[in-house]
Design a protein around this ligand. Structure first.
Ligand SMILES: [Zn+2]
Length: 267
């Protein structure tokens, strides 16, 4: 987790003790002058190296929408996000990750294996990563719709509007727009706070912001499911961090560019 704070969020490449696993805030606003560009330039050219941990070679995504808003005002987004995963998991976005194959793991197309919307436990104004882990484990144990974890399972947890997510002492919309994490190296998940602030939408629509952030975390979870133990750069973080908020259109969707060691640029 990055230690980036609200005040220092203009640093895209923060110093950190723990692996970076977040989508930082959109920072175009502060990168307009040469001085600001220089201030945010990486200290070393990006180069991801493999740290001998697992990869999600054939990722199986399960989407979990938390809160009654997903059954009401934002019901359409549930269908759109599920359709996004159905598309993107067999798209060139996954193909381009094959350069990160290692002997034990060949990154190939994935699939979405299901979805659920839960309304309990009820959310208040904020929710911690610890509470999210607890709820995820409770759902895995007690909700027959939610699959048991495998080495390829990736749970995507979508949080409704008005709920701040707290992770590593930082908050969504103040320091980050999403992150991925693991529970004991066995359960892999990503958390998507609702992009209810300029820092987490930039110039994008809500759907485009969510697909951009989701693609960022998807590619990072595939290549570095236990943060810092897969493909990682000690200075620049994970594959998506290096290219944060650089987007492209893929099919009808907005996705984020990802770092390519081979091309030596964001692709
Ligand atoms: Zn990231």
């Amino acid at each position: 987790m990055s230690s980036v704070s609200a005040r220092s969020s203009r640093k895209i490449y923060p110093a950190h003790g723990d692996p970076i696993r977040i989508v930082p805030l959109h920072t175009t606003d502060v990168a307009q002058t040469p001085t600001a560009e220089a201030a945010t330039a990486p200290a070393a050219p990006p180069n991801l190296t493999y740290r001998h941990g697992p990869l999600l070679a054939n990722v199986e995504v399960f989407t979990l929408f938390w809160g009654p808003a997903w059954q009401a005002a934002h019901k359409a987004l549930v269908a759109q996000l599920n359709e996004f995963f159905d598309f993107v998991l067999t798209s060139p976005l996954i193909d381009q990750l094959a350069e990160y194959d290692v002997p034990a793991y060949s990154i190939r197309h994935g699939k979405r294996i299901g979805t659920a919307t839960i309304v309990t436990p009820a959310l208040k104004h904020s929710v911690s990563d610890t509470a999210i882990q607890h709820t995820l484990q409770s759902e895995i144990a007690g909700n027959s719709v939610v699959p048991q974890p495998t080495p390829n399972t990736l749970y995507f947890i979508y949080v409704p509007p008005g709920v701040r997510v707290i992770q590593g002492g930082s908050a969504s919309c103040q320091a980050f727009c999403g992150y991925h994490n693991d529970i004991s190296g066995q359960v892999f998940y990503a958390v998507m706070p609702f992009p209810g602030c300029h820092g987490c939408t930039g110039t994008l629509s809500t759907l485009d912001a969510l697909t951009s952030t989701s693609s960022h975390e998807l590619c990072e979870a595939i290549t570095d499911p236990i943060p810092g133990r897969g493909w990682y750069d000690d200075v620049n973080g994970e594959i998506g961090d290096i290219c944060a908020w650089k987007t492209k259109r893929l099919g009808q969707y907005t996705v984020q560019l990802e770092w390519s060691n081979t091309a030596n640029r964001c692709v």
